[in-house]
Write a protein that binds this ligand. Structure first.
Ligand SMILES: [Zn+2]
Length: 296
């Protein structure tokens, strides 16, 4: 698929600097670059004067200081949370320690599971629970919550009506495909959530990690296509009697650095759960990371 990274790497920026990225959106990038966060978490600020902060970010005092200094003389009226990973929601607590502002989200983190990328934030609970289609109105801005389970079960995207823009959190990333790690991550739900976004009419997607996506429909089609290709690669492994996840990862992710293979294994596992459920793959008992998989 198209690789937007190259362009993005050329852009100069400083951590902590607040960048006006569109008429109604500002972004502050946290200094938490990892193999999963790219440059770091992009915290978005919606509006001017009375604003919403979307995903305050990781528990880093410097990042929260940068948000507050960008908002000097303004008021935070809403905190919006896309999902409960440690690079998205924990700084909510630091903001709420300073200002009395409600946090909106789908719910607390779903199922417990192994830490793969940025770990879950089990402490976060929204003050106000949002469900799919709920609309939040602020001073000059309107946001629709779009439930997009898959990366996590509680993942929301936020559609900014005035700009026909979608803040996609980690559901759609600007630089790589997202990690889907069972049990909370669900491949079937993820692909359905991609189709849901494909059916919408936003002109631009602003992900938490990576550059904006200006051709949402074709980009999201490529993501869906990419998952279908992965399933074909898994089927090819099974045809060649490669039936265990670590061996499949060695084949399918041969060109991916070793340090990402554990996360890749979780994604393959997520695919296999989905493929067993839809009777395209068989295994004895419930699918596990250690199961021997075969064609039915
Ligand atoms: Zn995440």
């Amino acid at each position: 698929m198209a690789n937007p990274i190259k362009h993005y790497r050329d852009i100069e920026f400083d951590y902590g600097r607040c960048e006006q990225v569109s008429p109604m959106l500002r972004r502050v990038i946290a200094e938490n670059p990892t193999p999963f966060t790219f440059r770091g978490t992009g915290t978005y600020i919606i509006g001017k004067g009375n604003v919403a902060v979307v995903d305050p970010g990781p528990d880093l005092p410097n990042h929260v200081d940068a948000i507050f200094s960008a908002l000097r003389g303004e008021t935070i009226t809403h905190i919006l949370i896309t999902h409960t990973h440690s690079d998205h929601s924990p700084a909510t607590r630091r903001i709420k320690a300073e200002v009395d502002v409600p946090a909106y989200g789908y719910g607390p983190h779903g199922q417990y599971g192994p830490k793969v990328e940025e770990g879950p934030d089990y402490e976060f609970t929204p003050d106000i629970f949002l469900k799919d289609g709920d609309v939040v109105k602020g001073d000059g801005w309107t946001v629709e919550a779009v439930h997009t389970p898959g990366h996590t079960s509680n993942h929301l995207c936020f559609a900014l009506k005035e700009e026909k823009a979608l803040l996609s959190g980690d559901h759609i990333m600007g630089w790589s495909t997202t990690v889907v790690s069972p049990p909370d991550g669900d491949m079937h739900a993820y692909v359905d959530s991609l189709r849901k976004i494909h059916g919408r009419d936003e002109d631009i997607i602003w992900p938490t990690h990576g550059p904006p996506i200006t051709d949402p429909k074709s980009y999201v089609s490529q993501l869906i296509e990419h998952r279908a290709e992965r399933e074909n690669e898994i089927l090819t492994c099974l045809k060649n009697d490669i039936g265990q996840i670590p061996d499949m990862v060695e084949v399918i992710y041969a060109n991916v650095p070793q340090r990402l293979h554990r996360a890749a294994g979780r994604s393959v596992y997520a695919h296999l759960i989905h493929m067993v459920k839809t009777n395209r793959v068989a295994c004895d008992g419930q699918p596990t990371p250690e199961s021997h998989y075969r064609l039915p």
